[in-house]
Design a protein around this ligand. Structure first.
Ligand SMILES: [Zn+2]
Length: 201
């Protein structure tokens, strides 16, 4: 049986893009016609610049909305692949389920949780990875390694993404999406994931 919808999910540093590339390579070996997208806040970036941002190979087309995807997918594309799906808008869900109905294989990778360990809502919307996972034939739930240090590195499986500013955990009222700002991130296990409550005003 062919996996028509494959979802790769987990925190930052869990190898989602690497698994996505592995899946794409398998499809290419099989001779399938594959089209690969990655999210870009600014789709004027060249493909090379987009790839240096996170290491995705240069064949990923930088796009911003589901409309950008519609404009580029052709009838004879057999496999549609999208990295960083959580940054797209809600309509991308129905679009991808529609491709599956048409007989295309769909492979996506993205964050399940935001830095607070709450479901990561798609851009400006109400949908999450869960809306794809319920339809998935194959789910790869990846873990990173907790890099919390207290004399030594924790090293336990990490299911969460820790956001830090100046080395300290940011509070729960920090904006969800912070592209290109000065935050840093670490993978953390549940015990070492920290989100201080915002101070009440
Ligand atoms: Zn830990």
């Amino acid at each position: 049986m062919i996996d028509m919808l494959t979802v790769i999910t987990g925190p930052m540093f869990s190898g989602k893009s690497i698994e996505l590339i592995r899946q794409v390579n398998r499809q290419k070996i099989a001779g399938k016609r594959v089209i690969v997208f990655k999210f870009s806040k600014d789709n004027r970036y060249s493909q090379t610049e987009a790839s240096s941002y996170d290491g995705m190979s240069t064949w990923a087309i930088p796009v911003t909305t589901s409309e950008d995807i519609v404009a580029r997918v052709e009838p004879d594309h057999e496999v549609v692949v999208i990295d960083e799906i959580q940054f797209f808008n809600d309509p991308v869900i129905e679009l991808l389920l529609g491709y599956v109905q048409q007989g295309k294989e769909v492979i996506v990778a993205g964050l399940n949780l935001d830095f607070r360990a709450k479901p990561f809502f798609f851009h400006g919307g109400t949908r999450t990875m869960a809306d794809l996972m319920v339809h998935a034939d194959s789910i790869h739930a990846l873990h990173a390694i907790c890099t919390y240090k207290n004399g030594h590195i924790c090293g336990l499986p990490a299911t969460r993404t820790q956001r830090l500013r100046d080395g300290q955990p940011v509070s729960s009222d920090d904006p969800i999406v912070q592209i290109g700002s000065q935050e840093s991130y670490e993978a953390r296990c549940i015990r070492h994931h920290s989100v201080p409550q915002a101070k009440s005003v």
